[in-house]
Design a protein around this ligand. Structure first.
Ligand SMILES: *[C@@H]1O[C@H](CO)[C@@H](O)[C@H](O)[C@H]1NC(C)=O
Ligand SMILES: *[C@@H]1O[C@H](CO)[C@@H](O)[C@H](O)[C@H]1NC(C)=O
Ligand SMILES: *[C@@H]1O[C@H](CO)[C@@H](O)[C@H](O)[C@H]1NC(C)=O
Ligand SMILES: *[C@@H]1O[C@H](CO)[C@@H](O)[C@H](O)[C@H]1NC(C)=O
Length: 667
């Protein structure tokens, strides 16, 4: 699952200096009068709009340099040219697994006028050569594009992957672009208003102490002494896709910002709450489109032999900005957020030239209202307030969270459940929804067909969440995360200071899984309905317990609840909504922890790895357990929840919500 280390193809060994250009430090209006120029020399393409200058390898298409605001190259000039701004795809096929850098073999100018330059680097898949050299080419045609607009302080990038009939089978695990910035300048990173900090240097990680996995390092001897004793781990800077719209880095001298702005999630895999990496030590900035992070093998993009497919990844915008040294550098973040708003508003962009990127008029929209019917909660319909509602490839309810090949279009309903989804590409979709406060997934019965200009009024849709009887008791809040449960403070030896004062980010600290055995040294967690409080008495993850240096044992949690009487020959229902599962087997037993065949088991499931990656959720699962009355008794009952797989500290589950329902009422 972990991608192999990057070994850039050694096609171009020579490191050429970039042409030096002098640019004024601030974006001035007069630059709008500067025509864009494009210069093509034998190995490179240089695009200059007077504000910035891009140097791109010809015909491979990777970005060699970005000159901006007097900085000769904001990318790391000491890296090999192919290792500064590149796409990579982690994939495998029969007999091979590796990385494809989507290198072009042909360069084309698509648009060249005074307002816009768009260039394309293409590779045409060739059945006779694709698997003949050491690095195999992914079975797809590739078209990589850059766009520079007049007066724009940045550039757009996108790529189109196109599989045709006759191409071999392949699995794709990751698709992204990587920008490696000048190490001597970019030290401050920002992901959101409250997630910004001075970052360590790559050598600080090399000089540090690797912790339970190689990505997490204790900084024992950092260049910046203020960071001594902190943990660095790129997974601490992950983010849900819905929130991953702008992130980047700031250089203090000169004060320059480099930002990746992703104005739409339509081309990212697996829906709005899929989590992924953003920025990390390097300084590195990522535009992630598809990965297994926080989801695992369930989201592998798998193609059968001959399976045709085409997808446009992007365009996203790389924004550069600068302020003079006498100004507060935070202005750069504010400007980046402002730019993000502008880009989001102009989505779908009108200027990309590829016919595979439909413009606004070629798209459609749907609107309607989501209502909820839960007869044991309320006789009347309730509004699907703040529901997540989206279109994705047809499938079962919830299938969107592992769907990777198509486009997804999500929105959030208003308080009354009303929603409008705009800018939908042509195609056949299902409409999916889930609602904070309610379990399960909704899917609308009929396919939604979008053609250019479609306006589809869906009217009132009714979601009936699974329910058999009245709630006897519940633990947690159904929102697909474990955030409402007890998230401990980190061990003081393994702190990331960014999250010390943040309640809603403290799950991002390193090593919280080890705190369980410290909190419950002798006996596992026992939760008594009516007495315990899930905010404090329910640990956020059911993890294993360390017994030796590399041995762990299973844990069994208990829920104790009283029943006045049991209705004979009836069925009760236990619903367990899980926020994450990693190689876990959850066994459920009623009133007898020793019964050899559990009353219910999930068998081994999940590879989302959210415990090790400091996620507060991975993929969502809803378990529905029928509980015949013979398993219960009047008085106190105990449910034993055993997570039986214990080979690693990272095997386990996170709960989202648990509910015990009585038998159906006949009225
Ligand atoms: C290379 O690909 C061709 C089909 O394009 C296939 O027939 C051949 O077996 C492959 N070679 C290897 C070593 O897998
Ligand atoms: C763990 O290993 C270290 C060194 O290998 C040893 O000193 C220590 O006693 C071991 N601890 C346990 C609990 O086995
Ligand atoms: C209880 O559930 C079982 C299995 O789902 C079913 O066969 C049985 O009819 C149910 N009993 C009642 C009283 O509903
Ligand atoms: C049920 O459990 C509670 C809490 O442990 C205890 O206070 C109570 O006495 C028990 N009731 C019975 C009938 O055993």
């Amino acid at each position: 699952m972990v991608p192999p280390p990057l070994t850039p193809p050694s096609l171009r060994q020579k490191i050429r200096p970039l042409p030096t250009i002098a640019l004024p430090p601030l974006l001035l209006p007069s630059f709008c009068n500067y025509f864009i120029t494009i210069t093509i020399v034998i190995f490179e393409v240089v695009i200059d709009n007077g504000i910035l200058q891009l140097t791109i390898a010809n015909p491979e298409g990777y970005l060699i340099g970005v000159s901006y605001s007097g900085v000769h190259n904001v990318l790391e000039n000491r890296n090999h040219e192919s290792n500064r701004g590149y796409w990579d795809v982690v994939w495998d096929t029969k007999g091979y697994s590796g990385t494809d850098w989507l290198l072009g073999s042909k360069f084309n100018v698509i648009v060249e006028n005074e307002d816009q330059v768009e260039v394309s680097f293409t590779y045409e898949w060739d059945s006779t050569t694709w698997n003949k050299s050491e690095v195999w080419r992914i079975p797809a045609n590739v078209d990589r594009r850059y766009i520079v607009l007049r007066g724009s302080s940045g550039f757009y990038a996108y790529a189109i992957l196109d599989r045709e009939e006759g191409m071999p089978a392949a699995n794709i695990f990751q698709i992204r672009t990587v920008y490696k910035l000048d190490q001597s300048r970019f030290h401050y990173m920002a992901i959101s208003d409250d997630r910004q900090r001075i970052m360590p240097m790559p050598e600080d990680r090399e000089n540090g102490l690797p912790l339970a996995f190689k990505e997490a390092v204790l900084l024992t001897n950092p260049t910046n002494p203020d960071l001594r004793g902190e943990v660095d781990d790129k997974y601490q800077y992950s983010c849900e896709d819905k929130d991953n719209k702008v992130h980047g880095w700031i250089s203090f001298d000169p004060q320059v910002g480099f930002w990746i702005i992703t104005p739409s999630n339509e081309f990212r895999s697996a829906g709005p709450v899929k989590q992924d990496l953003t920025t990390h030590v390097g300084p590195t900035s990522l535009a992630m489109f598809h990965s297994a992070h926080y989801a695992g093998y369930d989201v592998t993009m798998s193609f059968q032999e001959g399976e045709p497919w085409k997808k446009v990844f992007g365009p996203y915008y790389v924004h550069l900005n600068s302020v003079s040294l006498d100004r507060d550098f935070h202005e750069l973040w504010d400007d980046a957020k402002h730019q993000m708003t502008q880009e989001t508003r102009s989505w779908p962009y009108e200027f990309p030239s590829s016919k595979d990127f439909p413009k606004s008029v070629e798209r459609g929209f749907v609107f309607g209202r989501l209502l909820i019917h839960e007869r044991y909660k309320m006789r009347t319909m309730m509004a699907g307030s703040y529901a997540w509602i989206g279109l994705a490839a047809p499938g079962e309810a919830g299938s969107w969270q592992t769907e990777t090949k198509g486009y997804q279009f999500w929105t959030r309903a208003d308080r009354n459940g009303g929603f409008i989804i705009k800018g939908i590409r042509e195609g056949v979709y299902n409409l999916f929804a889930w609602v904070p406060g309610f379990i399960g997934d909704y899917v609308y019965v009929e396919d939604i067909r979008i053609v250019p200009g479609s306006v589809i009024q869906l009217g009132d849709l009714v979601y009936e969440p699974l329910r058999n009887g009245p709630t006897f008791w519940q633990i947690g809040f159904p929102d697909r995360t474990a955030l409402e449960f007890y998230v401990p403070q980190p061990n003081s030896l393994f702190v990331n200071k960014l999250y010390t004062d943040s309640d809603h980010n403290k799950f991002r600290q390193y090593g919280l899984w080890e705190r369980y055995a410290e909190l419950y040294p002798d006996n596992d967690l026992i939760y008594t309905v009516g007495e315990s409080d899930f905010h404090t008495d329910w640990f956020f993850a059911q993890v294993t317990r360390r017994t030796g240096n590399n041995t762990f044992k299973p844990t069994t949690w208990q829920i104790i609840f009283a029943l006045q009487d049991v209705i004979p020959s009836s069925n009760y229902t236990l619903r367990i909504a899980l926020a994450s599962t990693t190689r876990a087997e959850l066994q459920v037993r009623f009133n007898d922890p020793e019964v050899s065949i559990p009353h219910f088991t999930t068998m081994v499931m999940g590879t989302d790895n959210a415990i090790a990656r400091h996620g507060i959720h991975g993929l969502y699962r809803l378990l529905n357990v029928d509980v015949p009355s013979e398993w219960l008794r009047a008085g106190n009952n105990t449910i034993y929840l055993k997570q039986a797989k214990h080979e690693s500290p990272f095997f386990g589950v996170m709960y989202d919500y648990i509910r015990f329902e009585g038998p159906p009422r006949t009225t």
